[in-house]
Design a protein around this ligand. Structure first.
Ligand SMILES: [Cu+2]
Length: 468
């Protein structure tokens, strides 16, 4: 099911397997030494960003971008608490960086140009080396030229395995991404100002792991873990299994204390959801996963039960082990307020089609951009070790998945729904919603704080918070 540009058997190694469940050490480098002079066995992964023709619309080739010449991108598997080394090579025509979404890592590895590292220029390499303190479903993507680089395919799953995992009969990665393509497979403009100023420019071709409405075989009678990742740049998925019973076991990578029944879960750009599903015992049963909008249920893909390839584990579902997050000290917390506002009513027109307008602000400031010589002031500075409470107000008529780098926060409350507090790295704010989140500022650095609708962040809805 992997789309490949070409055989990747350069070094006699098979392509990085989606099915590989262990964090084995391998690489796709041909020579013994890489550009940095290290032997290739020094890395757990070698990741190359490059141009790749992909067959997304059947019978056509799209001039996409991919990691290691394939889509879905190689799944990076790390073990909780064990260092991982990833050599990144930029074979694109533009500079880039890689951000490891949701990982509480050292600021130097966070992959934001100028804020945490120099851009990786065409032909250059960068060694990303970090330890994931938290287990769960995360992802990786560039943090430069994001509309184009993410839109054309540079998105991949990063799975951090628990030290003591709950056993599942099957562990599936479900990467959701839409592509803006015409019928001949050519890219349509990835950003249209009129849409950038509203909900974001949506794709025209919906895919699951790069395929159109696939049916995925699963073992009858088994307990499966479905790791949903919204790898899209704009779209919100309203995930539902309709009448089928399933349990949410983790939200945006963070385990929930007790599994929660899934009815409909809204997942904005960049967000994830881990769901446990006990499959029917008979073979040939189909289970549909839907996008639920109001009364409408629209098929995303299906599972089909087949004869199990190995004996079922018959393990009961338990909660995933909690991640080692610091304890909130709410009584002595520092409180911050953030107003997200909209300036999109200006009806922007740009004759060359470029999105260079400012449509969104955080506390009346739009992102000013940054370079080697200019760094805007932070949105806030908080002392290291302090608990921070953030009151967020989406004073716009559109939804925003608000993401913060470097920390994991707890979503405490919302004025739109009952919240049973949960941990996350991205909170989806509906139009006019007020929500409260809190975290311990225990990771020093300049951490991005932005909307994950890529066009929203590019047109203003971005800033950073300094923890020092
Ligand atoms: Cu937004």
């Amino acid at each position: 099911m992997t789309i490949k540009r070409r055989d990747l058997l350069k070094g006699g190694l098979a392509s990085m397997g989606l099915a590989s469940l262990s964090a084995c050490r391998f690489s796709l480098v041909q020579t013994n030494n890489d550009d940095l002079g290290h032997p290739s066995s020094d890395y757990d992964y070698v990741l190359t960003a490059e141009s790749v023709p992909l067959e997304i619309v059947p019978g056509t080739q799209s001039p996409a971008l991919g990691f290691n010449g394939e889509f879905p991108a190689p799944v990076i598997r790390a073990k909780q608490g064990v260092p991982i080394r990833i050599l990144f090579k930029n074979n694109l025509q533009q500079a880039t960086t890689i951000h490891w979404h949701g990982i509480r890592l050292d600021i130097k590895m966070d992959g934001v140009p100028f804020l945490s590292q120099d851009p990786v220029r065409p032909g250059e390499s960068f060694l990303y080396e970090f330890t994931c303190p938290d287990a769960g479903t995360f992802w990786y993507h560039p943090h430069m030229h994001s509309v184009e680089q993410l839109g054309k395919g540079l998105v991949g799953a990063l799975i951090v395995e628990e030290q003591t995992p709950q056993a599942f009969d099957e562990d599936l990665i479900i990467g959701l991404k839409d592509w803006r393509l015409d019928k001949q497979g050519q890219f349509l403009p990835l950003s249209i100002p009129r849409h950038a100023a509203r909900a974001g420019t949506l794709g025209t071709v919906k895919t699951v792991n790069g395929q159109l409405k696939p049916t995925i075989d699963v073992p009858a009678g088994g307990l499966v873990r479905l790791r949903f990742l919204n790898l899209d740049s704009s779209r919100v998925y309203h995930l539902s299994l309709k009448d089928m019973q399933a349990d949410i076991i983790a939200i945006d990578g963070s385990p929930v204390e007790t599994p929660r029944p899934l009815s409909t879960h809204d997942m904005g750009a960049g967000m994830r959801l881990d769901v446990a599903l006990q499959l029917p015992e008979s073979t040939g049963q189909e289970i549909t996963i839907y996008d639920n909008k109001g009364r409408g249920y629209f098929e995303i893909f299906r599972l089909r039960t087949t004869t199990p390839k190995r004996a079922l584990l018959n393990e009961p579902l338990t909660a995933l082990p909690p991640n080692p997050l610091p304890t909130l000290d709410l009584p002595s917390a520092q409180t911050l307020h953030f107003e997200f506002e909209w300036a999109g009513a200006l009806s922007p027109v740009s004759p060359d089609g470029k999105v260079d307008q400012t449509f969104w602000t955080i506390n009346r400031r739009a992102w000013e951009g940054l370079s080697a010589t200019s760094l805007p002031a932070p949105l806030a500075t908080v002392p290291l070790g302090k608990t921070v409470i953030m009151h967020l107000h989406n004073a716009t008529p559109h939804g925003h998945p608000i993401h913060m780098h470097g920390i994991i926060f707890t979503v405490l409350k919302s004025d739109k729904r009952e919240i049973d507090p949960f941990q996350s790295d991205t909170v989806l704010l509906e139009r006019n919603e007020r929500a409260t989140i809190a975290f311990v500022a225990d990771n020093p650095g300049r951490w991005m704080f932005h909307c994950h609708v890529i066009e929203h962040m590019k047109t203003g809805l971005m800033g950073y918070i300094t923890i020092a």
